[in-house]
Design a binder for this molecule. Structure first.
Ligand SMILES: O=C(O)CCC(=O)C(=O)O
Ligand SMILES: [Fe+2]
Length: 252
């Protein structure tokens, strides 16, 4: 398919169900489209989908602005000056992902080998997550395999810390382990769906905030504090993990 995401260095386009599964062997039931700031060669044109690119570009800009404010707020917690993230974010090219989790048989999603999205941490700075009212998103704040529902609250979004902020903050901020599984169902809903019925679809949108690709992420340490992580180049980090998630060669 011409619109398919196939280049981890660009990480833009459409991903069908089954193309991105967990390394833990968990099968993911989702499809997604990724939009970028500077490169959108695989975005459907106005002839193919009228107004889609304009809508995505506009929403993207709003999320980009919000991401700068979120980072400023997180910087306050870390005692960093308000301009600290300016250079980190000057050439930021976040990945805006829209997700469709298709209807799936209840018994499939309740089996351990299946999920809407397997347990993982995101790997940029942080993620701004918008979810519909269906539910099923869960977080494991202390990485103890004890997942709690992140129940949808109308008019709000979820902010997840991701791996590069954990590294930069030398573990002061912790990357959020999360997954999407079957939503909690009332007895009545369970009866209505039945043992062999289908769970309703779920829609969400994730804005993955990544720093400028040329930046080095090196832990900020105090006097007498040891860095827990080696420095990494943000662009190589992103391309490497994307290639591994989609089982694509790095050099395509
Ligand atoms: O759909 C969601 O709520 C979560 C999506 C997610 O975690 C991801 O795409 O990395
Ligand atoms: Fe995620």
């Amino acid at each position: 398919m011409k619109d398919r995401l196939d280049n981890p260095a660009i990480n833009q386009g459409y991903t069908p169900e089954g193309a991105e599964n967990g390394k833990d062997g968990i099968i993911n039931h989702k499809e997604a489209y990724e939009h970028r700031r500077f490169q959108n060669q695989k975005c459907p044109s106005d002839e193919e989908m009228k107004g889609f690119k304009t809508f995505m570009d506009n929403f993207y800009q709003k999320c980009h602005k919000l991401s700068l404010e979120v980072l400023r707020a997180l910087g306050l917690i870390l005692n960093l000056p308000p301009t600290f993230f300016d250079n980190y974010m000057a050439r930021s090219d976040a990945q805006f992902r829209i997700l469709h989790y298709m209807p799936v048989p209840v018994h499939t999603l309740l089996s351990e080998r299946h999920a809407r999205i397997h347990p993982h941490t995101d790997f940029g700075f942080c993620t701004i997550l918008f979810q519909d009212s269906v539910g099923g998103l869960e977080i494991d704040p202390f990485h103890t395999k004890s997942f709690l529902p992140a129940t949808p609250i109308p008019g709000t979004c979820v902010i997840n810390i991701a791996d590069l902020l954990q590294r930069l903050s030398n573990d002061r901020l912790r990357s959020t382990l999360h997954r999407v599984v079957a939503p909690p169902l009332s007895e009545e809903k369970r009866r209505e769906i039945g043992e062999d019925g289908m769970l309703p679809p779920r829609y969400s949108a994730a804005f993955f905030v990544h720093p400028s690709p040329d930046i080095t992420i090196e832990p900020l340490v105090g006097v007498d504090e040891e860095p827990k992580y080696a420095p990494v180049n943000a662009g190589e980090w992103r391309t490497g993990i994307t290639a591994s998630n989609y089982a694509l060669p790095v050099s395509t």
